[in-house]
Ligand binder design. Sequence first.
Ligand code: WAQ
Ligand code: MG
Ligand code: MG
Ligand code: MG
Length: 273
Amino acid sequence: MLYSIRMRAAEGGPHEQGGHHISGAERLVTKEELEQISSELVHRALTHSKGCADFIRITIDAIPDEAIHRIPCLTIADEQTDGHIGEVPTTNHEATTPPLPLSSHQQAEALLTTHTAITPVAFRRAVSQLVSLPESMRGAMLVDMRTGQRLDPWGQRGVRVSRMSFADETAAITALNAAGYSGVHLEEALVLASKVLSAPGVVGELCISDDPDYTTGYVSYGSTYHRLHHMKPVGSPLGGRLFFVDATADIAAIKNYLETTVTLVNPPTFSLQ
Ligand code: WAQ
Ligand code: MG
Ligand code: MG
Ligand code: MG
């Protein structure tokens, strides 16, 4: 039997009373792991770079075994973007013109629009909506892959992907470490991104962390996860996620799948070097 454990934390009261979102995380764990993971999640809420939580909600539910859905892990492709243009250090998310190297956002656009049906207009419109929000959302925006128009009606909450974990977290972390990757941001993002692309109707994702000191984000599509550095200026608390969807997709069904289907992600695999 597995348990779903979810944490959300805010400063200035609960989210629903206007508290400022600090952190959220979720796992699927065994009964034996519950106490340890609860304490790790509380620790995280109390020591986060976004502030110290004064509201922490931990929710635990048992999951019947037959409800569990298994999916493959996305494959990591690492696109290094240079943080420096010429001699001038830049934040490198702002558009450049040739012969300067593409900025992180231009790389994201090139990847998503070359390999999926997401249009450049949709990409730009969606990113500009995301980066012009006054505050980071708690979840993701669902946007039309052809127009970039926001499709979900869920305001600052958006869609929150939940009830997912690596099937074998130790094996997954060992495989990541052996390939040179580490850190809870990457581990959690890979699980989340794998679940997102497994949803019918979702064709791609863009992610920018809202942690002020974490500027690496990613885009994902098909079966790949592309890390992109310098997605925002260091120190910015503004991040977010865009889920690009087919306009004919059923928005309520996507939300329901992402929020409630209990999903285990197989360990990542790396081709032999
Ligand atoms: N479901 C949907 N959206 C979410 C969720 C969720 N469970 N959690 C966070 N978001 C949205 C929300 O708008 C946040 O502001 C935004 O994403 C960023 O969340 O390979 O740390 O948890 O090293 O700050 C990427 C790792 C880390 C890249 C991303 O996101 C790498 C990260 P954060
Ligand atoms: Mg997170
Ligand atoms: Mg899909
Ligand atoms: Mg964060």
